[in-house]
Each structure stands twice: as structure tokens, then as C-alpha cells.
Design a protein around this ligand. Structure first.
Ligand code: NAD
Length: 309
């Protein structure tokens, strides 16, 4: 008789699930992503739950989980989990903070080069039968300044990659001590405004919270140079969508790339979809086989250890 029942959903990578299955005291039940009402009916029979972001772990969910001790998230953000309620009920919330990092940084450089060299526009024009060579001149990244807002895991990987491209790297993160900036060879700036004014590329890698929601809005964008690119591969709302759309359509900044949105999926009629110098991706930052395997292994190991010890 296995002592602990774990519900796994949202297609957590099998390499992670195998770690749980291998433990003699753990019974794993795997289900596809389902409507919350269906999950609520049975969540009371489990000791732990592991998912990605598709299942919303609401107050109702946590209250229905009478035996629940652990919520595992095979990914970074836990904004799909009602943390105050989990704390209130003594349910631990465990994420997999490191497994996604490189995938996000690599996508950020992908879209950055896309902006610098008009790759999406060029590819579309070729598909449409054109040869727009003279219209599509770009710029080099070498010698340009990247301003990293939030010098955590992903911000740090951005810095390493930016240096390899010969960029100058500045960082704004009031919560990180000086040695980390030195180790990453990032010039520390004390004020967000300085980062905005100096950036050729502004890239945000902060969590979404009350302090960072709308952190880059119209006043901030108005401080940036007309040559600047803005990247938001963090969370929707860190860069205000309306303000970004205005800055792009008015030529206030040169281009942007957004991977995470206020409302996901992004509404079909969102004005963002029609802006030419904006590269949109459907929250693909962590969507690599490598990252999904890494975060699944990280989360499943952590949940196993928390359950059985
Ligand atoms: P992290 O916790 O390692 O780093 C976040 C950094 O932001 C920390 O250093 C923190 O001090 C800093 N910070 C917090 N508030 C700040 C503020 N007001 N001003 C400046 N800095 C501030 O997180 P991470 O793993 O690097 O992830 C960063 C972001 O990327 C998160 O929002 C995460 O949700 C997002 N993310 C997106 C994807 C995707 O698929 N697009 C995948 C993974 C992570």
C-alpha cells in the first residue's frame, strides 16, 4: 500500500513523473488538464498536486484538498496559485526556479536579433513573393547598451549572453547586492530612469507584483531613445501593453518583443497584433523540451523529498 497519492496534471514531463513513480511510498495519478470543477471533485483524495500553469490553484481548490500538503509547480511563476490561502492552510508551494532560465534568455536573444535585423518582417515578405532588401537594413548589437531590469536568474543569463555579443551591460535591481553585479560584469545603476535613458535594449526580468505591475509605462517609455528596443519575456503587465503600443505606433521607440500578456491567450482582436515592429510570441519562453524536462525533474524531486521526509 503506497502511502502518498500525488495528482500530476498539465503534461508534466515524463522524466519528472518517473522520479515520483520510482518511490515505493508514492502513488502517482496522471490526468490531462481539466476544468477546475472536475479537479475539485477529487482533489480531496491527494497528498500532493503537481502541475504547470494551466490549472489554477484557487482558494476553493486548496480548501477542497483536505489531505493536501504540497503544491508543486513545474515552472517558475506561482501566480496561478493562491499563496495566502496556501499559507493559511499550511500547504507548501514548491516551484522549479532554475530549469527555465536558459531557455528564456535564449528566446530573448532570438527575438532581439529578430528586431535588430527585421527577421520576421523579412521572412513574411519573402513568403509573399517580395525581395525587400533595401528596406530591411538593420543594426548590430555590438557596442549597444543592454539595460537589464531585475538581475536574477534570467537577468544574469542575459548579461552573460550580452557580453558575448560585445554589448555594454547595465543593470537595475535594488534587491541584489553589489558582488553579483561585479561577478556578472554588469554596471549597476541606482535609478530606473538612468537605465531607461541609457538603454538601446531594455529587458525586464522581474516577478509580477504590486511594485512591478506597470513598472514600464508611458512616462518610462518617454525617457527612452527612439532607437531603443523593449523586451518583455517576464510577465504581462510589467510593461504596460497600451503604453507600449502607443510608443511603437508613434515611433517613440524602435521596436519591442512581448512573450507574456495581461490576458492569455492574447485576444484575437488585440491591437498589439497589428503593430509591425512588435514581435509577439505566445508565452514560449520556457517552451523547450530541455526546459520542460529540467523543471519537471526539479519540481518532482522537491515534491518527493518534501512528502517522504
Ligand atoms: P528571479 O527571482 O531569479 O529574479 C527576479 C529579480 O527581479 C530578482 O533579482 C529581484 O531582486 C528583482 N526584482 C524584484 N523586484 C524588482 C524591482 N521592483 N525592480 C528591479 N528588480 C526587481 O526570477 P527569474 O527566474 O529570473 O524570472 C524572472 C521573470 O521571468 C519572472 O517574472 C518569471 O515569471 C518570468 N519567466 C517567464 C517565462 C516565460 O515563459 N516567458 C519563463 C520563466 C520565467
Amino acid at each position: 500500500e503506497r502511502r502518498y497519492r500525488v495528482l500530476v496534471t498539465d503534461e508534466v514531463d515524463p522524466e519528472g513523473v518517473a522520479i515520483l513513480r520510482a518511490h515505493p511510498d508514492i502513488e502517482v495519478v496522471e490526468k490531462p488538464t481539466r476544468p477546475l470543477t472536475e479537479v475539485l471533485e477529487e482533489i480531496g483524495t491527494y497528498d500532493a498536486f503537481i502541475g504547470r500553469s494551466a490549472t489554477r490553484v484557487t482558494r476553493e481548490f486548496l480548501q477542497a484538498g483536505e489531505r493536501l500538503r504540497i503544491i508543486g509547480r513545474a515552472g517558475v511563476g506561482v501566480d496561478n496559485v493562491d499563496l495566502p490561502t496556501a499559507t493559511e492552510l499550511g500547504i507548501a508551494v514548491i516551484n522549479a526556479p532554475g530549469g527555465n532560465t536558459v531557455s528564456v534568455a535564449e528566446l530573448a536573444f532570438g527575438v532581439l536579433i529578430g528586431l535588430a535585423r527585421h527577421v520576421p518582417v523579412a521572412a513574411e515578405s519573402m513568403r509573399a513573393g517580395r525581395w525587400d532588401r533595401s528596406k530591411l537594413g538593420g543594426i548590430e548589437l555590438r557596442g549597444k547598451t543592454m539595460a537589464i531590469i531585475g538581475v536574477g536568474r534570467i537577468g544574469g543569463e542575459m548579461a552573460r549572453r550580452a557580453r558575448a555579443f560585445g554589448m555594454q551591460v547595465i543593470g537595475y535591481d535594488p534587491y541584489i547586492a553589489a558582488p553579483r553585479f561585479e561577478e556578472l560584469a554588469i554596471e549597476r545603476v541606482e535609478r530606473l530612469n538612468e537605465a531607461l535613458e541609457r538603454a538601446d535594449v531594455l529587458t525586464v526580468h522581474v516577478p509580477l507584483n504590486n511594485e512591478t505591475r506597470g513598472m514600464i509605462g508611458a512616462p518610462e517609455l518617454s525617457r527612452m531613445g527612439r532607437q531603443a528596443f523593449v523586451l518583455n519575456l517576464a510577465r504581462g503587465g510589467v510593461v504596460a501593453e497600451d503604453a507600449l503600443a502607443d510608443a511603437l505606433t508613434s515611433g517613440r521607440i524602435a521596436g519591442a518583443a512581448v512573450d507574456a500578456f495581461d490576458h492569455e491567450p492574447l485576444p484575437v482582436d488585440s491591437p498589439l497584433r497589428a503593430i509591425p515592429n512588435l514581435i509577439l510570441t505566445p508565452h514560449l519562453g520556457a517552451s523547450t523540451t530541455d526546459a520542460q524536462r529540467n523543471v519537471a525533474v526539479e519540481a518532482c524531486e522537491a515534491v518527493r523529498d518534501a512528502l517522504v521526509t
